[in-house]
Design a binder for this molecule. Structure first.
Ligand code: PMP
Ligand code: GLU
Length: 395
């Protein structure tokens, strides 16, 4: 007899980004020549000085439980980072360090959402937001955007989506999967709408903050609209900026009482994030930031090569982004010409025929699209683009 599982789990899908990356890894293990452009994870090694800090932490006996919400040293490094990069001031009790930004977001949703509560999520969105909302018993409400509007929501669109049930808005800029970012002026305009709705809390997922090449500097809502700062929770982490995805350190900053409730959930589930990774994250956030700049320069080079190269392929259209390491491609024409049944079958076909793993746009709430990650060498990208080109029917 099959073991009965909870209804809660029946409502969620496995993460499509992780599923596709695992599939690509399985095929590789079978000896297939696969280029995996499905995972959003920097291909660089974690910088040496950060590795060194972790080794020293082990030798120094930092191998025990720490405070559930992070060591004082790491909280202070996070506070200093917010002051330096974003002009935001926090106290230690406003910071929660978690096992990745993913866990901070999860804790936040568990701490805030009751059945029937609505969470506004602009689409295309990171695959995990809606499912994490469902796990918390809430209702994800999608705000659709298209390439024509640079994949950004407008103030009017936000205004008309807010109801009595709206508890949260999740902003992610630069965004996964689009690489598009809100300008300061655009954030101000969204902020004006939010001013009128004091019950709505904002999650600003800034995890791609440092992978950034727009003309104007990166801005985050709490900095641009200080009056919204008390009800904005900023999410960030070391995974993307410092090539530290496996170390699992992310953090949240916001209202002390809300952070306390998030900490309670963490204390009853995973407790503190890895003590050694926390020591490494102190080095990442506090020491020279040159490594971040170097990696960003590389990402930009790849982006600048990739966008025009993809646009030359028959049936694919994409636009330039301001940051992150993804290009989100409108593949609707190519899908139709291929006779594929949607973006899922299109990606399967590319995996089979071209040996290139991409993630179907449906997983991000945007059917007819596919996401390509350029967190891989330029040579790999060139190979991938040429293989995709060969697998696509001509126009
Ligand atoms: N937010 C977004 C938009 C992401 O793409 C990711 C990547 N997994 C995360 C949060 C979580 O990152 P991590 O848990 O590795 O800190
Ligand atoms: N955020 C990355 C991605 O979108 C890592 C995988 C995940 O956690 O979804 O590919």
């Amino acid at each position: 007899m099959p073991i009965r599982t909870a209804q809660r789990v029946a409502q969620v899908k496995p993460s499509a980004t992780i599923a596709m990356s695992m599939k690509a890894a399985e095929l590789k293990a079978q000896g297939r020549d696969i280029l995996s452009l499905s995972m959003g994870e920097p291909d660089f090694e974690t910088p040496d000085h950060i590795q060194q800090a972790a080794i020293e932490a082990i030798r120094d006996g930092q191998t025990r439980y720490t405070a559930v919400d992070g060591t004082p040293a790491l909280k202070d490094a996070v506070i200093a980072k917010f002051q330096r990069d974003n002009g935001l001031d926090y106290e230690r009790d406003q910071i929660l360090v978690s096992t990745g930004a993913k866990q901070s977001i999860y804790n936040l949703l568990q701490a805030m959402i009751d059945p029937g509560d609505e969470v506004l999520i602009p689409a295309p969105y990171w695959v995990s937001y809606p499912d994490m909302v469902r796990l918390a018993g809430g209702a994800p409400v999608t705000l659709h955007t298209t390439m024509d509007c640079d994949f950004k929501i407008t103030p009017a669109q936000l205004n008309s989506a807010i109801t009595e049930q709206t508890r949260l808005l999740i902003l992610n800029s630069p965004g996964n999967p689009t690489g598009r970012a809100y300008t300061r002026a655009e954030l101000e305009a969204l902020g004006e709408v939010l001013e009128e709705h004091p019950r709505v809390v904002v999650v600003s997922d800034d995890i791609y903050e440092h992978i950034w090449w727009a003309d104007e500097p990166f801005s985050t809502l709490a900095q641009v609209c200080p009056s919204l700062a008390p009800r904005t929770v900023v999410i960030n982490g070391v995974s993307k900026a410092y090539a530290m995805t496996g170390w699992r350190i992310g953090y949240a900053a916001g209202d002390a009482e809300l952070i306390k409730q998030m900490r309670k959930i963490q204390g009853q589930s995973t407790s503190n994030p890895c003590s050694i990774s926390q020591a490494a994250a102190v080095a990442a956030l506090s020491d020279s930031q040159l490594c971040v700049e170097k990696m960003c320069t590389e990402f930009r080079k790849r982006h600048d090569w990739l966008v025009p190269a993809l646009n030359e392929l028959p049936g694919l259209t994409c636009s330039a982004g301001e940051g992150a390491f993804y290009v989100f491609i409108d593949a609707s024409e190519a899908i139709e010409r291929m006779g594929a049944d949607g973006d899922g079958e299109f990606c399967e076909h590319l995996l089979e025929k071209a040996g290139v793993a991409l993630v179907p746009g449906s997983a991000f709430g945007a059917p007819g699209h596919v996401r390509i990650s350029f967190a891989c060498s330029l040579d790999t990208l060139k190979d991938a683009v040429s293989r995709i080109g060969e697998a696509l029917p001509a126009g």
